[in-house]
Structures are given as C-alpha cells and as structure tokens.
Design a protein around this ligand. Structure first.
Ligand SMILES: *[C@@H]1O[C@H](CO)[C@@H](O)[C@H](O)[C@H]1NC(C)=O
Ligand SMILES: *[C@@H]1O[C@H](CO)[C@@H](O)[C@H](O)[C@H]1NC(C)=O
Length: 134
C-alpha cells in the first residue's frame, strides 16, 4: 500500500514537471493587421504559458521584442481592453478599435469573443489583432 504522503509528493513532482516543461513553450503566431494603405501587417512568433492567457504572451513579446508594443485600459467586467498596438490607437470619434480574431489550424477565421485577458491561445494557431471600425 502506498502512503498518501508518498502519493502527494509524487503529485507535486509530476505537477512541477508538467509546469516546468510547458511553461512558455506553447507557440503560436501573432499577426497585427493595420488595414491602412501605408502599413503592412506584421507577424510575430509568440509564446504562451501552459493554459496561459493572450495578455501574458503579448506582455512577454513586448518585453522581448522592441518592434512590438501595446497599451490597454482596465475594465472591471471584461479585463484588459486593448487601446493601442504599435502606436496605433482605436478611438471613439473614428469608431475604430482592435478586434481580436483567431485563425485556426484549418484556416477558418473566427472572432475570439473574449478579450486579451481571457483568451487562451492554442498551439500553432494564428491570433490576429485586426484594426477595424464599428
Ligand atoms: C510602439 O511602436 C511604435 C511603432 O513601432 C513606435 O512608433 C512607438 O514609439 C512604440 N512605443 C513605445 C512606447 O515603445
Ligand atoms: C479586419 O478588418 C478589416 C477592416 O475593417 C475588415 O475588412 C476585415 O474583414 C477584418 N477581418 C479580417 C479577417 O481581416
């Protein structure tokens, strides 16, 4: 019979193994689409933590790549609201904002339906920040 102390230490070991192996290792692409005649889209290789949200991956990318930055405001209901990407701001006068889209492995583009604080990127998909209007 295996003692519960041994079982729980085995559990801790395997958990730390899982977290150690997968943290920061989930790769996906992040595309920034400005939809402006003078500005091409940009594609960044990004890393998310195991079951980590997009916000973390974007923060890590902004910290490691000087060609990517973003700003956000806090919303108590929806989490971080994306205000600007690479210096391009959405604004109420022009009815512009950064739309969060996802291109899945079978090339279908869907709305993420949640904000950057809630969306969990999946391996090998493409997350698209699409500058658009409403
Ligand atoms: C963010 O990126 C844009 C475009 O590359 C750049 O013009 C701007 O200075 C950057 N802002 C910060 C705070 O780094
Ligand atoms: C992105 O935004 C542009 C400009 O509003 C829009 O035409 C396009 O349908 C949106 N979606 C994708 C996948 O580009």
């Amino acid at each position: 019979m295996v003692s519960s102390a041994l079982l729980s230490s085995l559990l801790v070991l395997s958990l730390s193994g899982i977290l150690g192996q997968t943290a920061g290792q989930m790769s996906f692409d992040l595309e920034v689409k400005y939809n402006q005649p003078n500005r091409d889209c940009e594609l960044y290789p990004a890393q998310a933590a195991f079951r980590g949200v997009l916000f973390g991956a974007m923060t890590r990318l902004a910290n490691s790549d000087q060609d990517f930055n973003f700003t956000y405001s806090e919303n108590i209901d929806y989490g971080a609201f994306l205000e600007s990407v690479n210096g391009v701001f959405g604004n109420n006068q022009d009815h512009t904002y950064w739309e969060l889209l996802v291109q899945t492995a079978n090339n279908i583009i869907i709305s993420a339906d949640v904000g950057i604080s809630c969306y969990i990127p999946q391996a090998n998909e493409k997350v698209i920040l699409n500058f658009t209007s409403y």
